[in-house]
Write a protein that binds this ligand. Sequence first.
Ligand code: HPA
Length: 246
Amino acid sequence: MIGVIGGTGLTEPVFLQNVRILSMSTPWAQTPVEVTTGTVGSHPVAFIARHGRGHKVPPHRVNYRANLWALRQAGVSEVIGVNAVGGIHARTAPGALAVPNQIIDYSWGREHTFFADGLDAVTHVDFTHPYDEGLRQLLLRSAGDVEVWDGGVYACTQGPRLESAAEVRRLQRDGCDMIGMTGMPEAALARELDLPYACLALSVNWAAGLTDEVISMEAIGRVLQSGMATALSVLERAIVRHGATG
Ligand code: HPA
């Protein structure tokens, strides 16, 4: 079963039928995580709103460990993260979709590993290729008529503020193509749990300083609304295709 972690613009599992809400206790949070199960066609899916019900938890406060743990406990075998990003590369103009193939993590102070306490042995997971190639290809093959960029480096910043123009120029020099606040530690934690993970990124603005315009939540909201509908069409096709091919 595919697990979906929905971010900004995908806070409700609007793409699911036969919805059931599970309350999953995990060792990583005092309060249970709400996991919604349902189906796309005949294919089961489990969904988590990354920022919680009502979109109230900011990126640096998301309990990434509890979210991933709850999804695994619900029985998912792979996870697709849907993330809103700011675009740096020409292929990540507002409204564009990408399936990045690399990450640079600029976030800090987040609970970013399951391998910290009570270990039998120190553990280092391989993270050379942060995203699962099979799951990336599933998303790309499910694009249909939608243009989806195969590649790009996702920069994960701390947030919740947006970046300064100089920070964006530095990210650009580092080779980053898009900026979000939630790609990490999510991808690394999925790897630690051995859950194949891929990201479907929707650009909702040009990154700071790349245009003369001030980045406004209103403008982001407008792009999110139409862009997320397109992202969902890709996601739904991926779920069906995954179900059909096992
Ligand atoms: N920067 C960081 N995260 C984001 C942005 C951005 O410009 N847009 C959407 N998420």
